[in-house]
Design a protein around this ligand. Structure first.
Ligand code: AGP
Length: 609
């Protein structure tokens, strides 16, 4: 996610303070940085691609004049990480500057409309339309205040945003608005601040005012004024005292980034649903014409590929071959050819095994497509088409929110392909799209209602010497992911395999009390899965089941269970069903005294062979 910051000071220079605040937002991940200040009625802007220290070394971010300004750390979602795409963005006159965190879904049509009115754009970003819209609004009605112009502007925006705007016309104010992206205000006797997150101003004040969705806030030396965007009604809200340490604040009060990122999944899934339609359409065209299609990745990203192979098959009737990247050259290096298409999935976009597989495929003229969380990564540069999953940076080494985001994008891709191939009816398409839209709320419900239960289950099995994770159909992928999570952060040996394989060998491992986790959506495999549960139970296994709420049959068979809301379509089931498994792994790690964010022997991005 991007980070925004702004301040209005009684005296002193805003620029160095903005610089320090942006440093405290670095943990959010970014590729570019910028600042804008106002001095004697004039706007000053400095920005560039690169880390804060690098950009400061070249441009000296501290020597911008003025007691008022805004700053931004950019995590690219629209437009590569370049100086021209860094925030702040200004309007044609250079008198209005904005910084933004979020995704403006309708920016293309707004940009076209503004260009037709003569506006000239510098960047490829969605954010820049905000500055030009404010300019256009003030041109149409010069008597408007900056706040009123921002109010009019945001009513035209669709998507998520936390925006801070400055204007030479009102050099004593910062106007901020919020919808879905976080925004907080800090206040002390010498200044007032706005930021994406409390750590930005915590060393300066522990008095924070949380701004809610659909609110506009005007900052000045007189204080802050909050209004509802819908009807401009005033909102009265007192500051809260924050008693976090700066270290805790960076995790928004969560004990670990991993738990924070598990909880961030509803927001990420909402953002993932804002992936640009035309890139889904373009990528599905490449998949449609492929003679053979490989899904190539490592670790958790491979599990996303495995799950998506069921989606592509069941929805679009497309056979795809999930391949673990480190095996791709051995397995397919000789056969891959110009008629092959490789869809590589990599959160970092830099995993060496995955890039090596793609290198081999490209040498044999295959088509390479990419799904990643990092715009500007190597994967985006070597892909014919890539999609950014827009999960925001993931700090915990174990992939959680990026996994469910990958699944959401892959499901959208499978739906787009099914539509293109005429394999799905309009009703089925509408039904699945509706279900996909409801997933953020479903995941929110699971976390809120089942976290405590998962914590107890982790306590109960914390000394277990091993686990099985079993599923059938698409739930096999969910089982593999649950197993990887438990192994990599709780260091518990675990095995995952299709439940139908038990009798072909692994069941010999089962002794009384051996924990076996079953993923049990009520899909076509449910009845057969019941049989697998019985065969494990008959050998004394302890059955831990992830079930649909109200599933009495499995509930009676299980020693322990957690419930997810019913009615999730089979092809989307890995997204809700993996949430309890992420929580199990996290709380098992805590119970066993480990550090979930930085598990031993592991790196966030594996850039070695
Ligand atoms: C996931 O929890 C692991 N940290 C690891 O398996 C990871 O998924 C794998 O290394 C692939 O990374 P990528 O998605 O950045 O390519």
């Amino acid at each position: 996610m991007c980070g925004i910051f702004g301040c209005v000071l009684k005296d002193g220079n805003a620029a160095p303070l903005i610089h320090a605040a942006l440093k405290r937002l670095e943990y959010r991940g970014y590729d570019s940085v910028g600042e804008a200040t106002l001095f004697e009625g004039k706007l000053y802007v400095k920005k560039d691609r690169g880390m804060i220290d690098e950009v400061h070394k070249v441009h000296n971010l501290d020597d911008l004049p003025g007691t008022i300004g805004v700053g931004h750390t950019r995590w690219a979602t629209h437009g590569a990480p370049l100086e021209v795409n860094a925030h702040p963005h200004v309007d044609c006159s250079g008198q209005i500057a904005v910084v933004h965190n979020g995704i403006i879904e309708n920016f293309s049509e707004l940009k076209l409309e503004l260009e037709n009115r003569g506006h000239t754009f510098q960047s490829k970003t969605d954010t820049e339309v905000i500055a030009h819209l404010i300019e256009e609004t003030l041109k149409a009605n010069p008597s408007l205040s900056l706040a009123d112009a921002v109010l009019e502007t945001v009513k035209k925006l669709e998507g998520s945003y936390a925006v801070a705007a400055l204007s030479q016309r009102e050099p004593d104010k910062i106007v901020c608005v919020r919808n879905e992206s976080p925004l907080v205000v800090g206040i002390n006797e010498n200044a007032i601040y706005c930021a994406s997150d409390i750590p930005a101003f915590l060393p300066l004040t522990n008095k924070a005012v949380i701004i809610d969705d659909g609110e506009i806030v005007i900052l000045s030396l007189k204080g802050y004024e909050i209004k509802k965007i819908a009807d401009s009604s005033l909102v009265s809200r007192e500051p809260k005292l924050i008693d976090w340490s700066p270290e805790m604040a960076v995790k928004q009060g969560y004990p670990h980034f991993m738990l924070k990122e598990i909880h961030e999944q509803p927001e990420c899934l909402r953002n993932t649903l804002r992936v640009q339609e035309h890139y889904i359409d373009l990528m599905s065209s490449f998949l449609d014409r492929a003679r053979e299609c490989f899904l190539v990745a490592c670790g958790t990203s491979y599990h996303a590929c495995l799950a998506s192979s069921y989606m592509f098959s069941k929805l679009a009737f497309l056979a795809t071959y999930p391949v673990i990247a480190s095996e791709f050259v051995e397995q397919h290096g000789k056969s891959v050819n110009i008629d092959s298409t490789i869809l590589a999935v990599s959160q970092s976009g830099e995993t060496t095994d995955t890039l090596a597989a793609l290198n081999c495929a490209r040498q044999r003229a295959a088509t390479v497509l990419g799904l990643t969380n990092a715009i500007g990564s190597t994967l985006t540069r070597i892909s014919r088409v890539y999609i950014c999953q827009q999960s925001g940076p993931e700090i915990g080494v174990a992939a959680t929110k990026t996994f469910t985001s990958q699944l959401s994008v892959l499901a959208q891709l499978a739906l787009g392909l099914a539509k293109k191939r005429g394999k799905i009816s309009q009703d089925e398409m509408d039904f699945l799209k509706e279900k996909l839209k409801k997933l953020p709320a479903t995941v929110e419900t699971i976390i809120q209602t089942q976290e405590e239960k998962m914590k107890q289950i982790a306590k109960k099995y914390k000394d277990a010497k091993g686990f099985f994770f079993l599923g059938r159909g698409i739930s096999t992928a969910t089982a593999y992911e649950g197993r990887l999570k438990l192994m990599e952060i709780a260091y518990v040996p675990a095995i995952a395999f299709p439940a139908g394989e038990s009798k072909h060998g692994p069941i010999s491992l089962v002794e009384p009390g051996f924990p076996v986790v079953f993923i049990c959506p009520k899909d076509e495999t449910y009845k057969t899965l019941i049989g697998n549960i019985m065969e494990m139970k008959a050998r004394g296994a302890s059955i831990i089941a992830v079930i649909e709420e109200g599933d009495e049959e499995v509930r009676r068979l299980a020693d322990d269970y957690v419930e997810v809301p019913k009615g999730i379509p089979e092809v989307l089931s890995p997204i809700p069903f993996v949430i309890p498994l992420q929580l199990l792994a996290y709380y098992m790690a805590i119970e066993r005294g480990h550090t979930p964010d930085t598990p031993r022997n592991l790196a966030k991005s594996v850039t070695v062979k």
